[in-house]
Design a protein around this ligand. Structure first.
Ligand code: SD4
Length: 326
């Protein structure tokens, strides 16, 4: 064997050895060695007790993970006191309420709608896009027209109180999200059904007083929500621009695929945002995740974020670990 061949062969052997070691390290902790659960579990962003309870109870009755998630998030879409989801959501700078949502199911199918006016249950509409059209995402008027075709009602989404708040905002027109108070009540939900299948939904009116036409992370598959039924799922809330740059939900599922727990995966994904950003004092990002073993996790930049978890028919609020200390 000449020297060149020897070097190539030993390099290949070295690569194979180290690849083997890496694979072994992954296999050791990989989801394939995990005990898969087949148990109704629902988790969601923020302390949306009623929404998570509705999803959990539906799962207990045998409803599929996707339908349970849509039932759950609909509670907030219809809650006019929630100013960042559905009806009652804060409008854009021109006074129009525009909604974004997506769903993803256990088969890896997904649907999304963006910038939709006059329709409250946009997560259900995203499911229609997924099931009844050849597309994944529909925007504004196209999505609204599809909704009417499928029997959705035209509704006024701007409530009296959100209009009042908007008129007050117009006086200074200062665009300044307040961490954990304004702009951060998007609901992202992950459900595991009785078959052990995982699906999810994410729905929002986006950032209050956003520019006309602005779309955030929530309807973007991989950013606001991602599911891989072999591994688990993740969802996001907070400053959509940062979450989109991070493709955070996809990243979390991939980190879980490599053997990280949902908690570790949320932490690593969020740390990547933090490490590249000197503006973290000014925005919140929070991730939630669940794997096939039914383990869950969450992580956020600023303290004050909580997730709900419905397991064994009990709905619990879990305060999230945060990167910054209070
Ligand atoms: C967005 N991520 O449109 C959403 C906002 C949000 O709670 O999470 N609000 O950027």
């Amino acid at each position: 064997m000449n020297r060149r061949n020897f070097i190539i062969k030993s390099t290949k052997a070295g690569v194979a050895l180290s690849l083997g070691a890496t694979l072994l390290a992954c296999v050791d902790k990989s989801p394939s060695t995990m005990t898969y659960k087949k148990q109704p579990i629902a988790i969601c962003t923020w302390a949306f007790t009623k929404a998570n309870d509705a999803a959990g109870k539906a799962l207990d009755k045998g409803v599929s993970a996707l339908d349970a998630a849509i039932i759950g998030v609909a509670v907030e879409e219809e809650n006019i006191k929630n100013t960042t989801v559905g009806k009652g959501g804060a409008p854009d700078r021109e006074g129009n309420v525009t909604l974004d949502a997506c769903v993803m199911d256990a088969n890896g199918d997904c649907g999304a709608v963006v910038c939709v006016e006059n329709i409250t249950n946009v997560a259900a509409l995203a499911k229609i896009v997924m099931e009844e059209t050849p597309h994944v995402m529909l925007a504004s008027q196209g999505a609204e027209e599809l909704a009417y075709k499928y029997g959705f009602q035209k509704e006024q989404l701007l409530t009296e109180s959100s209009e009042k708040a908007y008129r007050a905002w117009l006086k200074d027109s200062e665009y300044k999200p307040i961490i954990n108070i304004e702009n951060h009540d998007t609901i992202g939900m992950l459900c595991m059904d009785q078959n052990g299948d995982i699906a999810g939904a994410c729905t929002t009116s986006g950032l209050s007083y956003k520019m006309k036409g602005r779309v955030g992370d929530s309807p973007i598959i991989g950013a606001g929500l991602f599911i891989d039924n072999e591994i688990g799922g993740a969802a996001a809330t907070g400053m959509g621009e940062e979450i989109m740059k991070n493709v955070g939900s996809f990243l979390i599922v991939e980190l879980m695929r490599q053997g990280k727990s949902p908690q570790e995966a949320c932490e690593e994904a969020l740390n990547r945002i933090v490490s590249k950003n000197d503006q973290i004092d000014h925005f919140q990002v929070a991730y939630i995740a669940m794997n096939k073993a039914g383990e869950t996790g969450s992580y956020c930049i600023h303290p004050g974020f909580a997730r709900m978890e419905y397991k064994n028919s009990v709905n619990t609020r879990i305060e999230s670990k945060a990167y910054l200390k209070s």
